[in-house]
Write a protein that binds this ligand. Structure first.
Ligand SMILES: Nc1ncnc2c1ncn2[C@@H]1O[C@H](COP(=O)(O)OP(=O)(O)OP(=O)(O)O)[C@@H](O)[C@H]1O
Length: 715
């Protein structure tokens, strides 16, 4: 039976070579070289280098798959841009792209990953002193700027996939604009003991910064070279970026490697999940070899389609090959995410069910067919209520182009858009920048930590809503992160800025330290940071409720979550005593299934837990436990989440105290039937009703006692 894996030219080199592994290696290198030379960007290599030499800021727009992400950094390296030890930094909006592209480029350069070519993402640094081409997330580069405000080790920074306009990309652009200006003026010649208020309000040369960071000390008196800045994408409105950088030059790289045939439905689909399933099976039964990539909106949808495929597969007419379904979404542990990049076993066709995590930059070997239902889940923010609902909306044209661009990377491909063609033309050209639709508390915290005092005066590429800035500042003030003078408070604000969490959760950890229940809060925050850890198939709903009752705490969902986590931890530790770690993990997955727990979400929460535990320990906080004192724990929850308190009304519904919204306890909560007088909650779900999830019961009188800064204002 022929392998359905791919028609990848590179794969051919993997076939066992009778002349041994060395010949295999040579054949693969030759295939890679041939492939590189055939990329559309290869013919403009010299011109691009000239453009970078002549322009401090360059915008590059080129078709998906033309070779921007993998090739340009190599051209720059060989073009002499690392000559004085400078590093070429390339930012990506997503971790998975940073990792996989770095791996590919290391392979193309014939070097070990982490040497000349490396990557750095949060909690995972595969770079060394010899790294010259460094892929990283945009968020990571922002964190680097906290330690090294000049980004002094970089000679070139490439902001890739800028069209995504993540909040990190937007803030980074503002920061880079200032850093570039400062570096080109060479003001750093007399770095120490001076404070220069640069444009954007960033204090680049504060004495305390110089004193407090080794990197800055190292740079004292050193003449930093100018910084080159490149902004790249396949689907970018170059004008916005060009205007922002004072009329920066934009160049277009023409041509794509392989054609992608785009197909549309005749009619709008009423049920896109069902239409997706039908399309998967149709391709599988009727089309030639090649793997399938499907874009879905989130973990729950992916898991439900995964189940439906497995259910319907046996009923299909016999096909030449079998289907191997592999999910990929952000909260999946990274070793599981990497599975999508591996070739399937012989005789299998891969179907990858992905969120928009696989939408940009990545090349998944073997993909020939893309299914795009045209929907995406986005977080929004309502500044008037402070609510951040996740909603499912239509993609933009830019996203649709990126999605189709995941096919046609190793040969001609097909993209099935599950909507009529005229709908495509009605889509928004690009996605609304995240900064215009998100809670800005985290951004403000980071900007403050960078020394930007005047947030309203910061030169954003597109201004966020003033109201959203003010509301987010208010929130930070109420959380104690800002002083009356709007400076980062000491130590709370500084501690919060160091934690890679939503500010409310960062504050909860700081508060828990004071309540002596940091051990418990670390677990709770980790569990609140993942999608639901419960998993109950519809047909087993009653059974799951009975099983889960054994973990229920009458005091609420937070303590219930804590019990589940501890029970799973105890089970895992016991299993490790009698078997290998792998076997213990396997047993834990079985335990999860029996207890209707989503083992993927639990694993993700365990990873987050160990990461944030390391963070707080590095910050010098002491991880102590309040033991069985659940009263203390609930007081700590009230002190942490006081902004999300709600009071029972005579009709049995609740009124959220900060927004005034009428809400109800979600049926999945352990408090759904009990209906206590006063609650705090962590999530608001908007369907036809406003439901609150992750709820605990508290005493109303605790609120003015533990959060007088807010409840005194309400009086
Ligand atoms: N991990 C990989 N495995 C196999 N081939 C790869 C890999 N990464 C890249 N390629 C090949 O290199 C080509 C260029 O990829 P690259 O990511 O540089 O393009 P791009 O122009 O940046 O695309 P996009 O705009 O979609 O990010 C791909 O089309 C593919 O043929």
């Amino acid at each position: 039976m022929p392998s359905m894996a791919s028609n990848n030219a590179d794969h051919t080199a993997k076939i066992n070579n009778p002349n041994g592994p060395k010949a295999d290696f040579m054949a693969r290198r030759q295939a890679i070289e041939k492939h590189r030379k055939a990329l559309p960007i290869a013919v403009v290599e010299k011109r691009l280098l000239e453009e970078v030499r002549n322009n401090d800021v360059l915008i590059i727009v080129g078709e998906t798959g033309s070779g921007k992400t993998t090739q340009l950094p190599q051209y720059l390296f060989y073009g002499g841009f690392c000559r004085n030890g400078g590093v070429i930094g390339i930012t990506q909006p997503r971790r998975v792209a940073a990792v996989t592209v770095a791996k590919r480029v290391a392979e193309e350069c014939g070097v070990t990953l982490g040497q000349k070519v490396g990557y750095a993402i949060r909690f995972d640094d595969a770079t060394s002193a010899s790294t010259r081409i460094k892929y990283m997330t945009d968020g990571l580069l922002l964190r680097e700027a906290l330690l090294d405000p000049y980004l002094s080790k970089y000679s070139v920074i490439v902001v890739d996939e800028a069209h995504e306009r993540t909040v990190h990309t937007d803030v980074l652009l503002g920061l880079l604009k200032t850093v570039q200006k400062t570096r080109s003026q060479g003001v750093n010649k007399n770095v120490h003991n001076r404070t220069i208020e640069a444009e954007n309000g960033i204090q680049l040369e504060k004495e305390n910064v110089v004193e407090s960071t080794g990197i800055m000390k190292h740079n004292q008196g050193k003449n930093l070279s100018p910084l080159k800045l490149i902004i790249m994408s396949a689907s970018l409105d170059a004008k916005i970026f060009s205007d922002y950088f004072g009329g920066a030059r934009a160049v277009h790289v023409q041509g794509r490697q392989y054609p992608v045939d785009v197909l549309y439905t005749h009619q709008p689909e009423t049920d896109y999940v069902d239409a997706t399933l039908i399309t998967i099976f149709q391709i599988h039964l009727e089309e030639g070899p090649g793997d399938i990539l499907v874009f879905l909106t989130g973990q729950e949808e992916i898991e439900s389609i995964e189940r439906l495929i497995q259910e319907r597969l046996p009923k299909l007419p016999e096909s030449k090959c079998k289907l191997l379904v592999i999910p990929i979404f952000a909260s999946l542990p990274s070793e599981k995410q990497m599975k999508v990049f591996m070739p399937p076993p012989s005789g299998f066709r891969k179907v990858i069910l992905a969120t928009n995590i696989a939408e940009t930059s990545v090349t998944i070997p073997g993909i020939r067919y893309v299914i795009d239902p045209g929907m995406v889940k986005v977080r929004t923010y309502d500044a008037s209520t402070g609510i951040e609902p996740l909603i499912i909306v239509k993609t933009s044209k830019a996203q649709a182009l990126q999605r189709s661009g995941r096919a046609g990377r190793e040969g001609p491909g097909k993209c099935y858009r599950l909507y009529p063609e005229n709908e495509f033309y009605k889509l928004k050209a690009s996605t609304t920048p995240e900064i215009k639709r998100c809670n800005l508390a985290n951004v403000i915290l980071q900007l403050k930590a960078l020394g930007v005092d005047d947030i309203l005066g910061f030169d954003f590429i597109e201004e966020p809503d003033r109201m959203a800035i003010i509301k987010s500042m208010e929130l930070l003030f109420l959380l104690g992160a800002l002083t009356d003078g709007s400076k980062l408070s000491d130590p709370v604000g500084h501690q919060m800025a160091r934690l890679p969490l939503d500010p409310i959760y960062s504050k909860a950890l700081v508060v828990a330290n004071q309540f002596n229940c940091l051990e418990e809060m670390l677990i709770i925050v980790a569990l609140l940071s993942v999608e639901s850890i419960y998993y109950a198939p519809r047909e087993k709903l009653e059974e799951s409720r009975t099983v889960l009752r054994s973990f229920s705490s009458l005091e609420g969902d937070h303590l219930t979550l804590l019990k589940i986590y501890r029970a799973s931890d105890e089970f895992l530790e016991k299993s490790k005593l009698v078997g290998s770690p792998d076997k213990a993990e396997k047993k834990l997955r079985k335990w999860c299934k029996q207890n209707f727990i989503n083992s993927r979400s639990l694993k993700h929460a365990r990873d987050i837990h160990s990461q944030i535990r390391r963070n707080v320990e590095q910050m010098g906080l002491c991880v102590t436990s309040c033991g069985d004192d659940t009263l203390q724990m609930r007081r700590c929850l009230a002190a942490s989440f006081f902004l999300n308190a709600a009071l029972k009304q005579p009709d049995g519904t609740y009124r959220a105290l900060s927004s005034g919204l009428a809400v109800q306890i979600h049926p999945s909560s352990v408090l759904f039937r009990m209906k206590p007088e006063c609650i705090i909650f962590n999530e608001l779900v908007r369907t036809n009703q406003n439901y609150v999830r992750n709820v605990s019961t508290i005493d109303y009188l605790w609120l003015p006692e533990l959060a007088p800064q807010f409840y005194a204002l309400l009086e």
